[in-house]
Design a protein around this ligand. Structure first.
Ligand code: PAF
Length: 282
């Protein structure tokens, strides 16, 4: 496995692969890799000739400087994991490589980028679109792999790719969970032992709500999830929205759409750590 730091080196390395029409898979990450990322890398290796993992903590998608400062960075262990998995390249650029000039592009894709995370983290999806479009233009992958834990991110990226006519297939991959149900996230590394125990009630409540939903309305189910989680001292729901799985607008009735997903953000612990998760009802 090779570590590549510049777009020029990347171009040189990929020139032959492109000539030979080899399939290129990209797994965009911000590092701090875990088993969720590993599942994306495995799938890319299965489906492509070459797998590139980008490892770049993208400053433009952080609307909170403290969050950026504390984001876990574990490049050496990331590389060991990727080597074991059999990735071909890690793209590990500097901030000035990706942003030689400030990126002034504005992406606006309402409603998918304005609801939920879009409302709570202004500018977040704009930054995600900036970096992901740069990666797509630089690497020109045939397929790119994203985890469904960031359900809204996938929806935004799909709209962007369609808008910019970028010829890449977006592959969304199921959430990977700890044995007790907690969705894997790089942010879990920031949880104390006590917070880690508390955090499990997020997924537990979401799973229980699938049953609850069978005999209750959307509004009742939403209330059930929020009230159940908020009962735990140290957990505070920021939002729980039950939405149409395509346009991400809130639904009022279980018959309103063929695809219905509940998306949650919870503050956990004193710091606090902001955790997200989601569950499919239909
Ligand atoms: O999901 C992430 O880790 C990031 O938002 C992404 C897609 C790598 C862009 O920085």
């Amino acid at each position: 496995m090779e570590i590549i730091r510049t777009i020029r080196d990347l171009d040189e390395k990929l020139a032959n692969a492109r000539l030979n029409k080899e399939k290129i898979g990209l797994v965009p990450t911000m590092g701090a890799l875990h088993a969720g990322h590993a599942s994306l890398v495995r799938r890319s290796i299965e489906e492509n000739n070459i797998t590139i993992v980008s490892d770049f903590v993208n400053p433009t998608q952080f609307n909170d400087k403290n969050d950026l400062l504390h984001y876990p960075r574990t490049f050496e262990s990331d590389c060991s994991l990727l080597e074991k998995l059999g990735a071909n390249y890690v793209f590990y650029p500097s901030v000035s490589e990706m942003y030689p000039e400030p990126d002034t592009r504005a992406f606006n894709y309402p409603p998918v980028d304005t609801v939920m995370e879009g409302a709570q983290r202004p500018g977040h999806f704009n930054g995600v679109c900036q970096i992901v479009s740069k990666l797509f233009y630089a690497i020109k992958p045939d397929k790119a792999y994203f985890g469904e834990k960031d359900f809204q991110q996938i929806a935004v990226i799909k709209v962007m790719v369609n808008d910019l006519k970028i010829p890449v297939q977006i592959c969304s991959c199921p959430i990977v969970r700890e044995p007790d149900g907690l969705a894997l996230s790089s942010r879990n590394a920031l949880l104390s032992e006590e917070e880690r125990h508390l955090a499990v009630h997020i997924s537990k409540t979401l799973f229980a709500s699938q049953d609850y939903a069978k005999s209750h309305t959307v509004a009742e189910t939403q209330k059930y999830v929020v009230n159940t989680i908020n009962k735990y001292n140290g957990l505070k729901v920021q939002y729980y929205e039950i939405v149409d799985g395509d346009n991400l607008l809130s639904v009022n009735d279980w018959n309103e759409s063929k695809s219905i997903v509940g998306c949650i953000t919870v503050f956990c612990g004193k710091t606090p750590v902001r955790l997200i998760d989601n569950i499919r009802y239909k």
